[in-house]
Structure formats: C-alpha cells, structure tokens
Design a protein around this ligand. Structure first.
Ligand code: ADP
Length: 257
C-alpha cells in the first residue's frame, strides 16, 4: 500500500489517498526456497566425503602414524572420497553453466549416429567392467537434429551409463536411433533389463539429488544430478524425455526431438 497524498494535503484528506498494489510473490518465494534447498543439499553432499577425509587424515596423523598397511588402505579410501567430491563439483558446474546459457538456443546440425557410436565407445570400458553389452541399432538414413554436440553427448552418456549401472543384472543395454529423414521427429531410446523403477519414483527422478536408492547411487558412483542435467539440456533442445519402467523387467528412456 502506497500513500499518494501530496505534501500540502491535510492529514484528514491524506489518510484517504492510497494506492493498493498486489503482486504475486509465491513464485518468487518458491524459487527462493528451491535455491536454498539446493544449496543445503549440495553442501550436505560435499560435507559427507569431507568429514570422512578429515577423519582419515587425523587417524593417519595420530593412531595410524607408523602403520604402513593402514596408510595404503586409508589413502585409497581418501582418493575415492576426493574423486567423489570432484564428480559432484563437476556436475554442479555443468548445471550452473546450463543455467547461464538457458536463453541461447543450441543450433549446430548434429548427426546422431556417429555421436551415439562415440558415446558407446567411451562407455565400453565401464560396460565391460560391469559385464554389460551395449548394442546400437541405427537407421539406414541420416538422422540429424539441431543442437549442441557436447550437451547431447552428455545426455546420452548419462542415460547409457545409468542403464549399465542400474540395469547391470540385465547384462544388456539396447540403444536405438529412429525417425528422421522425412519424419517429423527423431527418437533415441535406451533400454535396460534391470530392476526397473517403481512407478511412484518415476516422476521425481529428474529432481536434483533425488535417488530411488541412496546407497545404490553412492556405490555406483552417482551424484544424484545426472538426470537433472539431462532434463535441463533436453528442455533447451525442446526435446522430450519419456520414461517407461516395469519393476523386475527394466526401463526405457526415450528422447524425442
Ligand atoms: P545418480 O547420480 O544417482 O545416478 P541420476 O540423476 O542419474 O543420479 O539418477 C537418479 C536416480 O534414478 C538414480 O539414483 C537411480 O535410483 C534412478 N535411475 C536412473 N536410471 C535408472 C535405470 N536405468 N534403472 C533404474 N534406476 C535408475
């Protein structure tokens, strides 16, 4: 409420001259709350490995000072924790870079077949370690989209890596590219034959730090940010992601451009 009485109005008149102005601040409040939740989550995720690192350093300085075996073991764990923090910081930086770029439309012409081949090759060592075979089904013709090469590489790396990690027991991940040339859309699907995602979790898996199973995500070297990054990139590309999952049978992530 703003009082608009000019300086020379009498007190009695001035009391009646007001403008009432309404502004919906619920959206701004919601964004503020999301931002502070995000900072709290990110801090918590960093604090855990940091606390563990400090604990090991203190043990190495004190009780385990002359113990060569403990040294070796603790240094290995400390290395893992530091790697985990680096992964988290890398993902946080990716997200913030994407937020900065959100108004710029990505507009290179990207041929998806070689891009997917490249992603499969880069994930081959991980797949081999997990005992998973990645198959790639490509159309005869070219399937191109307008986009950003690095960002789309990140999308498919995330989806295929998740399929290998979480669908490991299915031993196979099928990647299929379809559509394009004369068709209205281009689609990439990533199918695994793992445990699937219970229906109540599916709508939330692209939220930052949301995991179906926190322990499984940790042991599988997850940061909880992968699908949030994927969602951000796909929104910028005006592409949709469809998740179909059946518990006990597996999951299909389909990206439709
Ligand atoms: P994370 O870094 O934990 O892998 P993501 O954002 O990539 O985080 O994925 C969020 C969660 O979604 C994962 O922790 C996992 O619980 C679940 N998830 C993702 N992909 C799959 C999949 N293919 N099968 C089963 N669960 C999955």
């Amino acid at each position: 409420i703003v009082r608009i009485a000019p300086a020379d109005t009498t007190a009695a008149e001035g009391d009646r001259l007001f403008i009432l102005s309404f502004r919906d601040i619920s959206q701004a409040r919601r964004i503020d709350r999301m931002r502070s939740d995000f900072v709290a989550n990110a801090s918590h995720e960093l604090r855990t490995p940091l606390a563990s690192l400090r604990g090991f350093i203190e043990t190495l300085q004190g009780p385990a000072r002359g113990d060569a075996k403990a040294h070796e073991k603790f240094l290995m764990i400390m290395h893992e924790q530091a790697t985990r923090m680096s992964r988290l910081v890398d993902d946080l930086l990716s997200l913030s870079r994407l937020e900065l770029k959100s108004h710029i439309a990505p507009d290179e012409t990207i041929d998806l077949a070689p891009l997917l081949g490249h992603v499969r090759d880069s994930l081959a060592p991980l797949a081999r370690d997990l005992g998973v075979e990645i198959t790639l089904d490509l159309p005869e013709h070219k399937a191109t989209v307008r986009g950003d090469r690095d960002e789309l590489t990140e999308v498919f790396e995330n989806l295929i890596e998740n399929a290998c990690k979480y669908g490991q027991e299915g031993k196979k991940v099928d990647v299929k590219l379809s559509g394009g040339e004369g068709e209205n859309s281009v689609e990439v699907s990533v199918r695994d034959y793992g445990p699937g995602i219970p229906a109540e979790h599916v709508p939330r898996i692209t939220e930052r730090f949301y995991r179906v199973n926190v322990e499984a995500s940790r042991t599988k070297k997850g940061t909880g940010l992968g699908l949030a990054i994927v969602k951000h990139i796909l929104t910028r590309h005006r592409a949709r992601m469809i998740v179909q999952s059946e518990v006990g049978k597996g999951t299909v992530f389909t990206v439709r451009f």
